[in-house]
Design a protein around this ligand. Sequence first.
Ligand code: PGA
Length: 211
Amino acid sequence: MKKLIIFNLKMNAPDLSDWNGDIKSSSAELVVCPPFTHIDKMANLLKKTKIKLGSQDVFWENSGAYTGEISPVMLKNLDVEYVIIGHSERRQYLGETDEMIVKKTRAALKTGLKVVLCISDLNQLEKDFIENENLVIAYEPLWAIGTGNPCKPEDAVEMAKNIKKILNVKVLYGGSVNSQNIKDFLKYEEIDGVLIGGASLKKNEIKQICR
Ligand code: PGA
């Protein structure tokens, strides 16, 4: 099965020309998650490629008085296919709770979006998460995110096995993945892909990762 590589641009304005036709991979499904402000432009650009579009967050209602929020249906209408939910930066800086994350996950799945649910430990994998073919879990140890210090691939494999004992899902690893270490993770069948932050901002890195 094809590995899944998700590029999370976080709150960085992408150079859209990085995402033109020369980014491709024959062995992986590629997804890029720009900030909300760039989703529309990115959607147009990606039409000429096989890269899929993702968003970095979503709200749990489809419309109404929720200032500042973006709904699952709004994303779906912009050709968004994947949505990252529960990223540790949102849990840390925005106070997102497991309860909010469960609501977002349910709403996004109901709308037909594919959810990349980020967790840093097994406790966050609440029992009531629906087993759904459109749910992917990203294991991201907090100390590995943005530090240049990834976790040992064997430890990520162990965690992936534990997650798969609870839910029948794809499991990604995230935290300081780059072109140098990506193979060390993807060579394991238990690891279905990676979630990449910092390395998504360098065109050369993106190209090498995809290769
Ligand atoms: P990083 O970020 O690749 O910069 O460590 C990963 C993430 O936050 O998903």
